[in-house]
Design a binder for this molecule. Structure first.
Ligand code: NAP
Length: 261
């Protein structure tokens, strides 16, 4: 990551935070730590700076196209260029916070509001982040984009129809942008994690004994993954080590999807 300037969305918590810390640890020249919450972004940026790195906290709601443009421009203004995007902002409608995004997603009982909220963040927000950053990368001569998709991009999870659809679309967005951006020297790949600990998204599953056991029983490694284990896959796709990868997806899922059911 040396000499590379990185933007991470959803970097205030969970997988995004893990990616921001990991890429900084690998010597990124600057990391824009972007999140809905400026406080959380500041905390993570503080961790990077404390460890000797360069970071800038930034409040951006990826549902807002102009906020995405401003976020990408902030990276260029603050650190001189923009080489890598890790797009991790996402919701599953079951956030621990019980905020406005949340609601029932099981069966067909979910409301249109919950459907729209999830698609707005996980698909439209992702596209707006990718597009804003790609515009600066084209001007700068290339780059690498890593979208955080999900194992649900390929395998439907019960009770999560809006989320599954949003993540399948995120994977198609990744492949489509790989085509559009290859002529500009921009690689676009995705990482599709399984169940990952220390994230807002799995707090409820963790707290529910039955759901937790059902999930871990199917994971060949017998445990949830850690944000750092996702960040290692992201680091590979963000770095020149993956120079022949574009339009690809890696699934750090502990073997969840290996067995036939
Ligand atoms: P997380 O701990 O909840 O972190 C997601 C972060 O994104 C939070 O800080 C969240 O803020 C923020 N965010 C939500 N909406 C946003 C918006 N509109 N604009 C900017 N930031 C926003 O969840 P996570 O598990 O790390 O999720 C990161 C990504 O990994 C998501 O795309 C998720 O779908 C994917 N993923 C997670 C798992 C897993 O097991 N955890 C598995 C597969 C894929 P709030 O807390 O305020 O909403």
């Amino acid at each position: 990551m040396q000499d590379k300037v990185v933007v991470v969305t959803g970097a205030g918590n969970g997988i995004g935070r893990g990616c921001a810390l990991r890429l900084a640890e690998e010597g990124a020249d600057g990391v824009v730590v972007a999140d809905l919450s400026l406080d959380r972004a500041r905390r993570v940026a503080g961790e990077i700076v404390e460890a000797g790195g360069r970071a800038s906290a930034y409040a951006a709601d990826v549902r807002d196209a102009q906020a995405c443009e401003d976020m990408a421009q902030h990276a260029v203004d603050r650190f001189g260029r923009l080489d890598v995007l890790v797009a991790a902002a996402g919701i599953n409608g079951q956030g621990a916070s019980g905020d406005e995004h949340d609601g029932v997603t099981a069966g067909l009982t979910f409301s249109s509001r919950v459907w729209s909220n999830i698609l707005d963040v996980n698909l439209t927000g992702l596209m707006q982040s990718d597009r804003a950053v790609a515009r600066r990368m084209i001007a700068g001569g290339g780059g690498a984009i890593v979208n955080i998709a999900s194992m649900c991009s390929a395998w439907a999870s019960a009770g999560s129809t809006p989320y599954n659809v949003s993540k399948a679309a995120a994977w198609m967005l990744t492949k489509s942008l790989a085509i559009e951006l290859a002529p500009h020297g921009i690689r676009v790949n995705a990482v599709g994690p399984g169940f990952i600990d220390e994230t807002g998204m799995t707090e409820k599953t963790r707290a529910d004994d039955h759901a937790f056991r059902a999930a871990t029983d199917r994971i060949l490694m017998g445990r949830f993954g850690r944000p750092r284990e996702v960040a290692d896959a992201v680091l590979f796709l963000a770095s020149d080590e993956s120079s022949y990868f574009t339009g690809s997806i890696l699934y750090p899922d502990g073997g969840f999807n290996a067995p036939s059911r």
